[in-house]
Design a protein around this ligand. Structure first.
Ligand SMILES: NC(=O)c1ccc[n+]([C@@H]2O[C@H](COP(=O)([O-])OP(=O)(O)OC[C@H]3O[C@@H](n4cnc5c(N)ncnc54)[C@H](O)[C@@H]3O)[C@@H](O)[C@H]2O)c1
Length: 356
């Protein structure tokens, strides 16, 4: 897989204890990589604890440049995946200064470490589909669409994108040794996410406690996808940048099929069909902060240049996700390895380039 690039490769993940970071850590270790991670201390329950990973783990705030650079100097990473962030829209309204600090200066610090650390060859910075200026017309965003952001989270990720673009043009220039790209994905679901204010973890907590979950924004349309979908894109980018593929510098969308979008309530209904304990009702919030109601991504660049395509449709992503939590709460089983194996099998059956 991924041309064997990850075998024995030193890979550093920021945010390796988070939802996406833990799946990426697990996948990289399966590919034979030597992984080092840095994040904030974990909060339980945690997918990171459940995986019992043997990676070298540091607890360092990405805003602490000196601390971060010490980790880079000691581990000498070849490929860097930057995922550490304050990733929640609603929290960003309550903590805008922290959100901008972590998401913008944290990204700048990671880029600066990559610039100064001679071992680094390939850098993937994870932002979000919310980095686009969103007039909510329903037109899917291509990578060339203007950046923007109404809420502090979205705006901070648009600013992180500008930082990547600035470093790419100023320091990681053609002919240079560091190849860097940013990746924008949609609403990601999968087992092992217990973050606050997200639909799936909210429904999971409700089911585990025998309570009814209150849904906000039931009509909001989002590009839902299983966490393994953008990760296959990040890994493909990381490997291709390591191989010095010049056209891979820049920004990339990794979302589901443009027509495979569901509203919040449609997802909740499908989850309930998979596990009857997941019950919900609507809650009107009179003073709710603004959250975009409509968001679609155009992923034709990834399809054409990387031969990247989604493997699981939203229905499969939802049933796999609910199945993961059900096994965890009813049988204390962690299904991460099974999900990854069947995702890779399904991708190989479709002949996707990264499976070779
Ligand atoms: N989950 C989604 O649906 C989604 C969608 C689009 C983009 N993203 C992006 O993907 C990335 C990962 O998101 P996630 O869902 O795994 O989030 P998460 O909250 O589960 O994990 C965040 C990780 O970042 C670390 N972190 C947070 N603040 C830090 C700081 N100041 N210093 C060092 N580490 C810090 C945490 O310890 C954790 O390991 C983020 O950049 C996020 O913006 C997520």
């Amino acid at each position: 897989m991924f041309d064997g690039i990850y075998n024995n490769r030193r890979c550093l993940i920021t945010g390796h204890t988070g939802f996406k970071g833990t799946w990426l850590l697990f996948w990289l270790q399966q590919l034979g990589a030597e992984v080092c991670g840095t994040a904030l201390p974990v909060e339980e329950p945690s997918h990171y604890t459940l995986l019992k990973s043997s990676c070298s783990s540091y607890f360092c705030d990405v805003r602490d440049f000196e601390g971060l650079y010490r980790i880079f100097r000691s581990f000498q990473p070849e490929i860097v995946f930057h995922l550490a962030a304050q990733p929640l829209v609603r929290r960003s309204y309550k903590e805008p200064v922290d959100t901008f600090g972590v998401n913008v200066m944290g990204t700048v610090n990671v880029l600066e470490c990559c610039k100064n650390c001679e071992s680094v060859r390939s850098v993937v910075v994870v932002t979000t589909d919310k980095c686009y200026e969103n007039p909510e017309t329903g037109v899917p965003f291509a990578e060339s669409a203007p950046l923007g952001g109404h809420d502090p989270y979205s705006a901070s990720k648009a600013a992180a994108e500008m930082a990547v673009s600035g470093y790419n043009r100023s320091f990681f220039i053609p002919g240079g040794e560091v190849f860097c790209a940013s990746a924008r994905a949609g609403n990601v679901i999968g087992g092992g996410d217990w973050a606050a204010d997200r639909l799936v973890p909210d429904m999971v907590r409700g089911a585990a406690a025998g309570k009814i979950t209150k849904l906000r924004n039931p009509g909001a349309v989002r590009p839902w996808q299983h966490v393994l979908e953008p990760l296959s894109g990040y890994l493909q980018l990381g490997a291709g940048l390591f191989q010095k593929k010049e056209p891979l510098r820049g920004s990339w969308n990794f979302g589901p099929d443009e027509n495979d979008t569901l509203t919040v309530v449609e997802v909740a209904e499908k989850m309930h069909d998979c596990w009857g304990k997941m019950c919900f009702e609507y809650e009107q919030e009179p003073d709710a902060p603004h959250e975009a109601a409509l968001l679609r991504l155009n992923c034709s660049k990834a399809a054409e240049i990387l031969d990247w395509r989604g493997v699981w449709d939203s229905g499969t992503a939802i049933s796999r996700t609910v199945g993961w939590y059900r096994e965890f709460y009813e049988n204390q089983k962690v299904m991460t390895a099974e999900d990854l194996a069947s995702y890779c099998r399904d991708a190989a059956e479709r002949g996707l380039a990264w499976t070779k």
